[in-house]
Each structure stands twice: as C-alpha cells, then as structure tokens.
Design a protein around this ligand. Structure first.
Ligand SMILES: Cc1ncc(COP(=O)(O)O)c(C=O)c1O
Length: 346
C-alpha cells in the first residue's frame, strides 16, 4: 500500500514523446498545410503511403477522425457500412459516421479472433431496393481491440476483403494498431493491407506520438478525404510541428513493438496463474491484455489496484492492461506482484 510509483497500463495512448520526437518537434520545418506547404507533413504523408504501398495519405488528428473521414469519403448520406458489432467505429466513436455523415451502420457478429464470417458479409448486402440503404463499405479492425488485440492474419484479412469486393463493396481497415499486427505476424503492413482500399493507423498509440493518425488509400479517395477533413474543421496550418513525431515514429518505433508484445505475454501468463483471474493467455499476441476477475467488479478492482501503484481500465466485468513504450519488463513483475496482493483484498 501507499506506493508512489504509478505504472500506467490504461492504454498505449498514455505514452510521452521520445527524446528524438521532442528534438524533431523543435527543429521541424513547417509551412501552411492548408496550402500544401508544410514539408514535414508532406514527408510524413509520402512515407506513410510508401510504407503501405498506397497512392496517397492524409494526416488527421486522431484515430476516430481517421475512421470518420475514411468512411465519409467513401460513402454518401443514406449509404450503409457493414462492420463488426465489436468494432471501435460501431461501439466507441459516438456514432459519428451516422451523426455527421448520415451513414447507416449495420453490425455483424464478430468471431472470437476478431474476424467476420464471409457469408455474413455477403448476406448483409442489400439488393437494389429503394426501401433499403445502399451498402457501400465494409470495415474491419486489425488488430482487434475487443479480442484482446488479436492480429488478423493476411489470409483472413484477404478473405474478408475479397468477399466484400465480390459483392461490390469498398473495404476500410481500422488499423489503429496495424503495426502491432504486422510486427506480431512478421509481415510488412504493405502485404497485410494490399487488398483493402483504405487504412487508418494511429501514430499516438503504440508508436508513441503525442497526436495524430494517418489515412492511406488511392489518390481520388484521399482528395475526397482532404475535403471531408476540411468540413470537419481539421485542416491545420503549421502542423509539421506534430507530424515530425510521426516521421520519427515510422523510422524508430515500429520494431520495438515486439518488446510490448513480449511484456503483454509475460503479464498474461503471470495473471493466468492466479485462480481468481480468467484470461486466455495463449491468445495474447500483441499489446492488449483483457481479463476478468471473478470475485469483484472490474472497476472496483481497478480502483483498488491503483493503491498498489498500478493504473488500469476496468468496466463492469472486463479489465484491460496495455503495454507500451516506457513500460519495462521490471514493471510487469511489479504489476503481477501488485495484482496478487490486491486480489486478496475484498
Ligand atoms: C481500434 C481502435 N480504433 C480507433 C481508435 C480511436 O483512436 P483515437 O483515440 O485516436 O480517436 C481506437 C482508440 O483506442 C481504437 O482502439
């Protein structure tokens, strides 16, 4: 009790910029990005497009905005997006695509590993019937947050994308943590996403940036996305100051995600050794560790654990710990010890 050190495992969004990022911010060459004059933003967008093998890219403020802009640039009012019922777009973005774009969301049952059955995708498409919304877009998440960060492998990703395309849909990937998937699967992101139309990825999660996400896709879609971003009031000016961190992240922060995955696995195994905890430690492949505690409410336990120096997120029954830049293997040892003490305090 009474520990002063706080190990913050609430999310990988809590990271602070690396010294290289601080330096890059201070030295960034900037210009007015609304005029396309910011060389640092341009360099980041070119780098991202190249990394994903797509024609073009757009820097946006957040993952939520990346998804919103991606959806609105590929649909119109009254169109429909089909997506997982446990997807972030459906469950955790305040219904933005419907609120701001008049787009109908049609949620599909999600498998435990974060995939969606091909037949379900095909069956969800509405025929040419003026009573129905027009189904235009299919979206899935990689890695899948609710499935404890399960990476969707290339085979499953391609299968879903091809099935959606066969029935005339475009395909968007919410790749908030796509680099975690790519590193865990040992495959370049370019290959993992070659059969989808657009991807949003976050700079401000595992890659450690303070702000920002990027959308990659084909040229015409990104031109439209730039327009939607303007509508949303998020065309920014000398934004190279923050885009500079994105360049550092893409150069230096991808491979180290492996450390986060190792830490997450170690954490999951440690938790699985406690009787009172339910966790599928075999299926932890990236940096999200979800578990349940059988003798108390999740949020009550999270509150208690804070007294032992560890800060995590807890809902009614689910709890989540996320490893990230700044969390060392020794922090995992301390966390396991803190949990083992806190579980016994009712
Ligand atoms: C899968 C997924 N998509 C999108 C987002 C949204 O990102 P942001 O918090 O930058 O809006 C998150 C955030 O946690 C996420 O987990």
């Amino acid at each position: 009790m009474g520990e002063t050190l706080l190990i913050d495992l609430r999310s990988d969004t809590v990271t602070k910029p690396s010294p290289d990022m601080r330096k890059a911010m201070a030295e960034a060459e900037v210009g007015d990005d609304v005029y396309g004059d910011d060389p640092t933003v341009n360099a980041l967008e070119e780098k991202a497009a190249e990394l994903f093998g797509k024609e073009s890219a757009l820097f946006v403020t957040s993952g939520t905005q990346g998804n919103l802009v991606s959806v609105l640039s590929q649909t119109g009012r009254g169109d429909e997006i089909i997506l997982g019922n446990q997807s972030h777009i459906y469950s955790s973005e305040a219904g933005g695509v419907s609120v701001l774009g008049g787009v109908v969301m049609y949620p599909l049952e999600t498998n435990q590993n974060g995939t969606i059955d091909i037949q379900k995708i095909k069956d969800a498409v509405k025929g040419d019937d003026y009573h129905k919304p027009r189904t235009k877009l299919f979206s899935f998440e990689n890695s899948h947050n609710w499935s404890s960060g399960r990476p969707i492998n290339k085979l499953d990703s391609d299968k879903m994308a091809k099935a959606a395309k066969e029935v005339g849909l475009r395909v968007h990937v919410d790749g908030a943590r796509i680099f975690n998937s790519a590193v865990s699967l040992g495959i370049p992101v370019k290959e993992l996403t070659e059969n989808v139309d657009s991807v949003t990825f976050c700079l401000s999660k595992g890659l450690g940036c303070p702000i920002g996400s990027v959308i990659v896709g084909e040229k015409d879609q990104i031109i439209e996305a730039r327009r939607v971003r303007k509508i949303l009031g998020s065309a920014m000016r000398q934004v190279g100051v923050i885009a500079s961190c994105g360049i550092v992240a893409l150069d230096t922060m991808i491979e180290r995600l492996e450390d986060d995955h190792e830490n997450a696995k170690k954490l999951a195994i440690g938790l699985s050794e406690m009787d009172i905890i339910e966790i599928d430690a075999d299926n932890i492949y990236t940096n999200l560790v979800r578990f349940k505690i059988t003798n108390q409410k999740g949020f009550e336990f999270a509150e208690k654990l804070k007294e032992y120096g560890v800060h995590i997120n807890g809902g009614e029954s689910d709890l989540r710990m996320v490893t990230h830049y700044g969390i060392e293997s020794s922090d995992i040892d301390k966390t396991i010890e803190a949990v083992s003490k806190a579980v016994n305090v009712i």
